[in-house]
Design a protein around this ligand. Sequence first.
Ligand SMILES: Nc1ncnc2c1ncn2[C@@H]1O[C@H](COP(=O)(O)OP(=O)(O)O)[C@@H](O)[C@H]1O
Ligand SMILES: [Mg+2]
Length: 362
Amino acid sequence: MEKRDIVNKLTVAVIFGGQSSEHEVSRVSASSIISNLDSEKYYVIPVGITKSGKWMIYNGPIENIKNGEWEKFGTPAILSPDASQKGLLKLVGDKAKLIPIDLAFPVLHGKYGEDGTIQGLFELAQIPYVGNGVLSSSVSMDKAFTKIIAKNAKITQAKYVEVHSEDFNKIKSIATKIEKKLGYPCFVKPANAGSSVGITKAHNKDELIEGLKLAAVHDRKIVVEEGIVGREIECAVLGNGDNISASCVGEIFAAAEFYDYDAKYNNSASKTVVPAEISKEKQDEIRKTAIKVFKAVDGSGLARVDFFVEKDTERVIFNELNTLPGFTPISMYSMLWNACGKPMNVLLDELIDLALERFGVK
Ligand SMILES: Nc1ncnc2c1ncn2[C@@H]1O[C@H](COP(=O)(O)OP(=O)(O)O)[C@@H](O)[C@H]1O
Ligand SMILES: [Mg+2]
């Protein structure tokens, strides 16, 4: 693009890929974001991060972002932490060319994308960015810390036990304690993972011990929760400070015993229903609770907040929040706002405005 075309446009670096188990999902999310960003308003610079952590600017067909081919055509570039530069350093040979940017849009899920680490880099660089800050990202990524915060804010959640792998020398007695407190089935989760990676449902002591060992492959910190029987309902939030809105709610129907990785990404029999068939009262309760959770973690920009509605009691039970939810055309976050009359391009404008507002640029 010629220089004269980018005058008056906001230069947005859309960062995708990354070193997490959700690398592929991120590429699909970024493809739909890039195609929906208004080219009259934004000059988009796609920046990909490979699975091994290499950064490259990629200017080419969006299709290649989706299928992974972009890596062959990228030019090495890094985001400078130097706040006097506020931009990307394109590396050609032994030279670095500064490309100033106005805003970063991290479209990275999971580790190093949704956990506050890359947000820390934007803070150092003093570059405004879309979404949650360092603290809200990291506490929302860590299921054990999310639980502590939710408990403090008196938000209903499943009973749980936190376990550390360094205590595995007494794993049998840990398992006995857990089964006494939670019973079966229970869910064993690494505190930091995502996409259901490392999560198992344990029906007896042997499975519980196996589940603890498997979760420990992903994180030394593990959360075990009582199994909730009920519907899985999700709500999208958007806003900053005291001005936060919640969308209508959607429902997940997992084509498996629970919504594991395969049911999420490979099993086409899993279904999402937007809006969920649920009473207006329940919906309002969920929306209110979603905003409460978002405020409790000091969220900004966006989040998808996930709940169970318990079968027998109709209790609304908070499960987790995702500070950078999927953004594919069939992702719950964008579908929920679309159902409320906000198509993706409008949603993206609002997210960018919220970012600029948060950093006092607007
Ligand atoms: N306490 C629970 N009771 C019942 N099902 C659960 C429970 N915790 C998790 N699950 C099931 O496991 C899935 C993944 O768990 P979740 O905590 O959402 O992890 P992730 O962050 O990987 O999405 C949920 O969508 C749900 O199907
Ligand atoms: Mg989940």
